[in-house]
Design a protein around this ligand. Sequence first.
Ligand SMILES: Nc1ncnc2c1ncn2[C@@H]1O[C@H](COP(=O)(O)OP(=O)(O)OP(=O)(O)O)[C@@H](O)[C@H]1O
Ligand SMILES: [Mg+2]
Length: 300
Amino acid sequence: MSISIAVESVVFVYPDGTRALDGVDLRVDPGERLAIVGQNGSGKSTLVRQLNGLLRPTEGRVLVGGEDAARFHVAQLAARVGLAFQNPDRQIFAGRVRAEVAFGPRNLGLRGAELERAVDGALDAVGLAEMADHNPYDLGYSRRKLLAIASVLAMGTPVVILDEPTTGQDARGVARVRAIIDRLSDERRTVIAISHDMRFVAETSRRVVVMQAGRIVLDGPPATVFAEPNWPALASTYLEPTLPALVGTQLGLGCTPTDEALVAALLARGGRQARRLARAGPGQAPGRPRAGPGQAPAGR
Ligand SMILES: Nc1ncnc2c1ncn2[C@@H]1O[C@H](COP(=O)(O)OP(=O)(O)OP(=O)(O)O)[C@@H](O)[C@H]1O
Ligand SMILES: [Mg+2]
C-alpha cells in the first residue's frame, strides 16, 4: 500500500519561460507526513504537480514507487498519487457531488457496492454526506475545497497530496482536515500537505520542507525548521516560526513548535525546579526566599 516518491534534480520551466523549479531534490519515504511551505510563487504547487504527472519535469526525473514516472501514463500515476488541487474549481467538473467523488474510483475500475463504499466513506470523512445530491456550485468555497479532497480520498491512493487544504476553512473545517490527515497516516499512507498556516503545519507534520524561488532551502522536523538558527532562512521566504516556538526560545526552553510542546517543556522545567527545591529542603519553597550574602532580609 505504501510507496516512496523521489524527485531528482528537477527543473521545471513553464512555456512562458518561468523557471518555477530550479533543481529540486526530495525523497519521501512511504507513510511520511510532510508539509511544504514557502512564499507565494515559490514553486510548491508546481512541485506537487510533477508527482502525479500533471506536469512533467523539464530536466531531472521523478520516481514513484522506485519507478521513473515518465514511464507511467497520467491515469497510472493517478492510481498511485492523489492530488487535491489548490483551486477546487479547476478540479470539479461534475453536476452532482456524488458523481464528482465517484469519477476517480470508477476510473480505477470500482463498481457497485465497492464504489458506493468508497464514495460514502470519502463524503463522510469531509462531512458532505448530506450534500451528495447537491450541485457542487451550490456549495460555498470551503465546501468545494472539501469536495475536492473527498474526490481524492475516494481513490484510496497510497500517496495523498493536499494543496492548501485549510484555505478558507473555519476551525471545524481545519479540524476535519487534521482528522483526515491523522487517519491517512494511521493507514500508513503518505500525506503531503501544502500550507501557509505554520501552526497547522507544526501540529500536523513530522517533516517540513521550505521552498524559496524554486528550491528547497530547509527540510527537517518542525522542532528543527522552526528553531532560532533557521529564522533568517524562514524570513527569506516570508515565513515566521510559530508563536510557541518564539515563546519557548525566549524562555530558554529550546524550540517548542506547538502549544503542546511548549506546555510540556514548561511542565518539565517546573518539575525540575520543584525537585531542586525539594532537595534543598524547607525554607526553599517559592515565595519564601532565603536571605543570601549581600541580600538584606525583608523588612530591614
Ligand atoms: N501556468 C503557469 N504559467 C506560467 N507560470 C506559472 C504558471 N503557474 C505558475 N507559474 C509561476 O511559477 C512560479 C511557481 O508557482 P507555483 O504556483 O508553483 O507557486 P506556489 O508556491 O504554489 O505559490 P502559491 O503559494 O501562491 O500557491 C510562480 O512564479 C508562478 O507565477
Ligand atoms: Mg500553490
